[in-house]
Design a protein around this ligand. Structure first.
Ligand code: 5MM
Length: 341
């Protein structure tokens, strides 16, 4: 492992004013997104859609540091025959790859999941590196309910995240470590804080046990946020203040950066929360975005599967990328959204 090179890539991922585009929806998830805009999900439509995003030159060049890809996309070619990975590289962004293989039910833990995909991961990483991937992503999913999460679910998922991260670094690929505490329930922000704290503490404990070099990784966490069905919704300032306090308590300063998931927040909420955190300032790591839905909902709607809408889709994507870039510097303002409408 060359730690200096891993650290260089990790720092590039969180370069000032830039963040990640999470375009790694598996085939089932992208079908759900396309169903919502009445587009048939085929290999070609998935390619056309993602090619539209990666050819958004202003967004890709100025606001996006890297793109997380799904295996199918990683090996696909644009309509003119250029590999999509090359398109991303030509735009100045770094190609990355989702390497987990989804979740399975966790035995003896009703309602809980464990992320799988460690088998043959070393071989797969070697191929992805040769294909141009310089970072990877693995997502663990932790749900909150009356009896969950169990310590069992937290431990097995943290163990798998650390196994993945160690294998990535051995393959000279920066691991993005994503332990996602879902915001689907009716829990309040303090319950999210408490669960996320347990999850992050266990994850960093496992990363240390498995000798992962913290300088060569990126953390992709959820924010401390109330569940979507919670009766106690709170201000952006409270979410920012509690998330920053949580991270300061759990994330070592050696980690080069933190890139949040959006987790089902609306586009503007995800931007406003990131902005409010960066307004607090004085943090040991850059805080940026690694959004899937919060970057893509608007371009998906504008594109709607029609070749004639490609320019509109790219405008919508560029707008969200710019808003999040501003938020990563604490320079976003709500009226910038209206001006663009
Ligand atoms: C883009 O969505 C990613 C893939 O999801 P599936 O494996 O379920 O298809 C997902 O891992 C994503 O990278 C993160 O959850 C962040 O995305 P959001 O939409 O929460 O910002």
């Amino acid at each position: 492992m060359n730690l200096a090179d891993l650290n260089k890539v990790a720092r590039a991922v969180v370069a000032p004013g830039k963040g990640l585009l999470a375009a790694d929806e598996s085939t089932g998830t992208i079908k759900k997104r396309f169903d919502a805009i009445n587009v048939a999900s085929t290999e070609e439509s998935r390619r056309d859609y993602r090619e539209m995003l990666f050819r958004s030159s202003e967004a890709m060049n100025r606001y996006i540091s890297g793109v997380i890809l799904y295996d199918e996309t990683f090996w696909q070619k644009a309509e003119d025959g250029t590999p999509l990975v090359k398109l991303i590289e030509q735009s100045g962004a770094i190609p990355g790859i989702k390497v987990d293989e989804g979740t399975q039910a966790l035995p003896a833990c009703p309602g809980e999941l464990v992320t799988v995909g460690l088998d043959k991961l070393a071989e797969r990483l070697k191929k992805y590196y040769e294909g141009g991937a310089r970072f990877a992503k693995w997502r663990a999913v932790i749900d909150i309910g009356p009896q969950i999460p169990t310590m069992t679910a937290i431990r097995v998922n943290a163990h798998a995240l650390a196994r993945y991260a160690a294998l990535c670094q051995a393959a000279q690929i920066v691991p993005i470590v994503e332990p996602e505490v879902l915001m689907d329930g009716d829990h309040d922000i303090d319950r999210c804080y408490e669960v996320t704290q347990r999850v992050l503490n266990k994850t960093f404990q496992e990363l240390r046990v498995q000798r992962v070099a913290l300088e060569g990784m990126i953390l992709k966490p959820n924010m401390a946020i109330p569940g979507k069905k919670s009766a106690k919704q709170v201000s952006a300032e409270e979410i920012a203040e509690k998330t920053v306090r949580l991270l300061k308590n759990c994330v070592p300063a050696a980690v080069p950066g933190i890139a949040f998931l959006s987790g089902g927040q609306s586009d503007e909420e995800a931007t406003a929360h990131l902005n409010a955190m960066n307004r607090i300032g004085g943090l040991p790591w850059p805080l940026t975005f690694s959004y899937g839905r919060a970057l893509q909902a608007a371009p998906q709607k504008a594109w709607a599967g029609k070749a004639g809408n490609v320019a509109a889709g790219q405008r919508a994507f560029t707008h969200r990328a710019r808003m999040n870039s501003l938020a990563s510097k604490g320079e976003w303002q709500a009226d910038l959204e209206k001006k663009a409408a």
